[in-house]
Write a protein that binds this ligand. Structure first.
Ligand SMILES: Nc1ncnc2c1ncn2[C@@H]1O[C@H](COP(=O)(O)OP(=O)(O)O)[C@@H](O)[C@H]1O
Ligand SMILES: [Mg+2]
Length: 202
């Protein structure tokens, strides 16, 4: 067994709770299908899928292979049973930007558009691109993560809706740039349940 596979086998996850993990692994993020750990002494993370989603590891890896491009997406180093090893992105998600009041510039929005256009050129269908799946690096570059749904056939409007909200609301000087978590979570929940219709840009 290789070192990473060994490490993964010592992680116990029940539903979405990490019950046991090696001390040297630090959790840097969580999503709806996986938990992400920083690997010690190297610029890599280990994305371990929750037990119900282990099949997604191979799917996401095959999409990362197609997207292989150092500019817009993290590099994939390894794939195994229920896990991926990816380039560690030093920065924050757009969700964190809203929580901490870090200004989201139009340049960031344009970089995400370029990333998604690149995926379309590869005949993929960028989907599920939301606040927690876009990372702003300390050097100002942008990376799109969590590409597992890029092969779905249905159209996902998350990014177009976020972009409309950005131009219609966020860009105005009176619009607050910093929010407590509960406010962002409430807005996301209302959006997901269809209670918020985003005004389209003219
Ligand atoms: N390569 C990475 N470098 C740093 N943090 C990451 C990386 N990949 C994911 N994360 C963090 O982990 C969170 C969950 O990862 P993600 O791939 O979106 O999982 P899920 O598929 O469960 O949504 C992200 O929102 C982000 O905060
Ligand atoms: Mg995610």
């Amino acid at each position: 067994m290789n070192v990473i596979a060994d490490m993964v086998s010592s992680i116990i996850i029940e539903d979405e709770t990490v019950v046991t993990k090696p001390d040297e692994l630090v959790i840097v993020g969580r999503g709806r299908s996986a938990v992400v750990f920083k690997l010690p002494h190297e610029d890599k993370v280990l994305k371990v899928f929750y037990p119900a989603y282990t099949h997604l590891a191979a799917q996401e890896a095959s999409i990362y292979h197609e997207l292989h491009n150092a500019t817009y997406y993290p590099t994939l180093y390894e794939v195994g049973a229920g896990y991926l090893v990816l380039e560690y992105l030093e920065g924050m998600t757009l969700y964190d930007c809203l929580r901490q009041g870090k200004i989201i510039t139009e340049e960031i929005i344009k970089q995400v558009d370029q990333a998604l256009d690149y995926a379309r050129q590869k005949d993929l269908n960028p989907s599920d691109t939301h606040l927690q799946n876009v990372m702003l690096l300390w050097n100002g570059e942008v990376r799109v993560i969590d590409v597992v749904r890029f092969r779905q056939s249905t159209i996902c409007s998350h990014w177009e809706d976020l972009k409309s909200a950005y131009y219609v609301y966020y860009q105005h000087s009176y619009f607050p740039k910093k929010y407590p978590r509960w406010v962002i979570e409430t807005i996301i929940r209302l959006y997901r349940h269809g209670f918020i219709r985003i005004k389209k840009r003219k």
